[in-house]
Ligand binder design. Structure first.
Ligand code: ZN
Ligand code: ZN
Length: 128
């Protein structure tokens, strides 16, 4: 159960090399039929359990996987469902403060903002 199999290693490589958080479907496409979707999901679950990778999902949308070294914030469009990534962390200065105030050591955080993306705003204006 604790073995890094070929498929797990391949999936980990795709997730680690990806600049953006990636979905099981993206990985499936990147591996070009080397593995079926079900075994990719199993590999992803294992990698996350073993803390090689992290994931996040929003409502009914797909789950996004990313390397544990990476840290993302997301802009989630509630109209088209598109997800944009903010690379910089707007919270760094606040985390120390939270830790002091609550006596809590923060190891990780997930942050996303819901709203309407640029394209959907444009489309909305045209329609009105
Ligand atoms: Zn949108
Ligand atoms: Zn952050």
């Amino acid at each position: 159960m604790y073995k890094m199999t070929k498929i797990r290693r391949e999936v980990l490589k795709v997730v680690s090399l990806s600049e953006q958080p990636t979905t099981a479907e993206d990985i499936h496409a990147a591996l070009r039929g080397h593995a079926n979707l079900a075994s990719i999901y199993r590999a992803l679950n294992w990698l996350e359990d073993m803390e090689y990778i992290k994931s996040v999902s929003f409502g009914s949308g797909p789950r996004y996987f990313f390397s544990k070294e990476k840290h993302y914030h997301f802009l989630l469009c509630k109209v088209c469902g598109k997800i944009q990534v903010i690379a910089e962390c707007p919270l760094n200065t606040h985390i120390n403060d939270f830790e002091k105030r609550y006596g809590f050591t923060v190891s990780d955080h997930v942050l996303y903002f819901r709203g309407v993306c640029k394209e959907c705003k444009k489309r909305g204006k045209r329609r009105n």
